[in-house]
Design a binder for this molecule. Sequence first.
Ligand SMILES: [Zn+2]
Length: 226
Amino acid sequence: MLQTWQKYTVFLFSVLALCLAVFPGTAQTAKHIVVIDAAHGGDDAGVLGVDGAAEKDVTLAIALALQKELAKGGNMEVALTRNTDRTLSLDERKKAISKINPALVLSLHANGGFGKNATGFELYYPGFSKAGAANKTAKAAAPDYGYLNDTVKLARLVQKNLDSLFPRQRRGLREAGIPLAEGLALPVLVVEIGFITNADGKKKLTSVKTQAEIAGALAKSIQAFF
Ligand SMILES: [Zn+2]
């Protein structure tokens, strides 16, 4: 026979067990916040490729596919700088990113030029030389370049997964001045996903199937990053 206090204890434990069963999410940590930047848009078409294919449309299509792909994991909150074909200045993008304060930013571009036969993907991240300026703007008390190491980690993951999707198409992983990253003390990676100025690249980058495959490779990289 149980005493009254024992009955209450059993009851409270049952309620606790039920709560954990019904709301398992409450025991987990907060979701990772990610920003996907579809470069260009609206009046700014970006690179114009074969048959009038525009960079702004390719970046938006892949950004939307990537958002969908990342949502499947259930552990991320994904924000896009734009989800329609609209003009967005660099300043507006940066303000939106600062407000959201994400764990990382992936900025999507498509390449053009270097002749009609240029192919492949390129990755750019802000160099350590730019870090001083970033910290000055971020008013950091002491320099903390941890986010730059994180950017390199993210870049390597993206490179690995795009490598499997596009074998022998790697053009490089480079440090560069990234206007979008200036003043932001968080990982910002620019992905030049391929060339729309050659027939094959344009065909691939405007195909819904390849766009989904690229989104899959990028989502896998972001998941692995966390
Ligand atoms: Zn671009």
